[in-house]
Design a protein around this ligand. Structure first.
Ligand code: PEP
Ligand code: MG
Length: 328
């Protein structure tokens, strides 16, 4: 069966009725990129760069980061590489950097907050990414954006990095405009505003579920409450998709739920442009996609948004594919 799936790797990822949904990869290393490409990944939708910073003695240099980013984009042969800037803190700590003791690290000093406090380190990463952009289709993505101010502040550091490189006559793609992770409820609520200043959205459902449902994603005691099909989550995803469409920017899903085949009709119905998946989820989702019709999935959407409970919504989505919707 694995061999059957592998045959799908080469096929274009398009539904029976001609709707394209890009299936990109989530990676955290060059090794994972190889695995993803082997499964037919169309580019990388989320490069979690924090792993470059972990399990070592000091911050990675610009040169070191540049080498990794360039290697990655070269391996992609023209396909897109979305590099997420450092998302440290929360559950991810550095051995060589003393982070403050925090009562609620996921709500604390992490991700873009850390980078805007340590602009020196942030700029080193942005310079490395910009330099790699000269070798292929590189995009920048900021994590944990909560406000327009944050996005602008990050873009100011980026502008400074660009100015420096220009002065040093180091080549990079000048038109690089960052996108953002939408993974905090505040960002969902102002998605219409953010869509005017970001070049794309990538919905990080892992954190979005945690923050929206107030369920610590690491806490096993309450893991049964961690529910992607909660009507609140479905509505938030719809809000973000609509805001992106209204502004004409791409909208992607990069949380784990993107790998749930039963959620596929939701993405098709909402016009999601790309899923970013762990390597092993790409082919099962593709198999489902190739047998789907986007037009059928739109019928599901109305019913889905009428569901009052997570269980109803989850069951409805599951039955949709178990039923007649799949082409033979
Ligand atoms: C997310 O939050 O959904 C996400 C993709 O990022 P991470 O899991 O790295 O926080
Ligand atoms: Mg996240």
């Amino acid at each position: 069966e694995k061999e059957q799936l592998l045959k799908l790797a080469e096929l274009p990822s398009v539904t029976q009725d001609g709707v394209t949904l890009t299936l990109a990869a989530n990676i955290s290393s060059l090794k994972e990129l190889e695995a993803a490409l082997g499964n037919g990944a169309q580019g990388v939708g989320l490069f979690r760069t924090e792993f470059l910073y972990m399990d070592r003695m000091y911050f990675p240099s610009e040169e070191e980061q540049f080498e990794v980013y360039r290697s990655a984009v070269q391996k992609l042969k023209g396909e897109t590489l979305v590099i997420r800037t450092l998302d440290i803190g929360g559950d991810k700590q550095l051995d060589y950097y003393e982070m403050p003791e925090e009562e609620n690290p996921f709500l604390g000093f992490r991700a873009i907050r850390f980078c805007l406090e340590r602009k020196d380190l942030f700029k080193i990463q942005l310079r490395a990414i910009l330099r790699a952009s000269n070798f292929g289709d590189v995009r920048i993505m900021y994590p944990l954006i909560t406000s327009v101010e944050e996005l602008r502040a990050a873009n100011e550091v980026l502008a400074e990095a660009k100015r420096e490189l220009q002065e040093e006559s180091v080549p990079f793609r000048a038109d690089i405009k960052p996108g953002i992770m939408v993974e905090v409820p505040a960002a969902v609520a102002i998605a219409d505003i953010l869509a005017e200043e970001a070049s794309f959205f990538s919905i990080g459902t892992n954190d979005l579920i945690q923050f929206t449902l107030a369920v610590d994603r690491m806490n096993e005691q309450i893991s049964h409450m961690y529910e992607p099909f909660h009507p609140a989550i479905l509505r938030m995803i719809r809000t973000v998709a609509h805001a992106a469409k209204a502004q004409g920017i791409p909208v992607n899903i990069c949380g784990e739920i993107a790998g749930d085949v039963n959620a596929l009709p939701i993405w098709l119905a909402l016009g999601i442009d790309e899923l970013s998946l762990s390597a092993q989820a790409i082919l099962p989702v593709k198999e489902r996609l190739l047998r789907s019709k986007a037009s059928d999935s739109r019928k599901l959407l109305d019913d889905l948004f009428r569901c009052r409970t997570s269980m109803e919504a989850r069951e409805l989505a599951r039955q949709f594919y178990a039923g007649a919707a799949l082409a033979p």
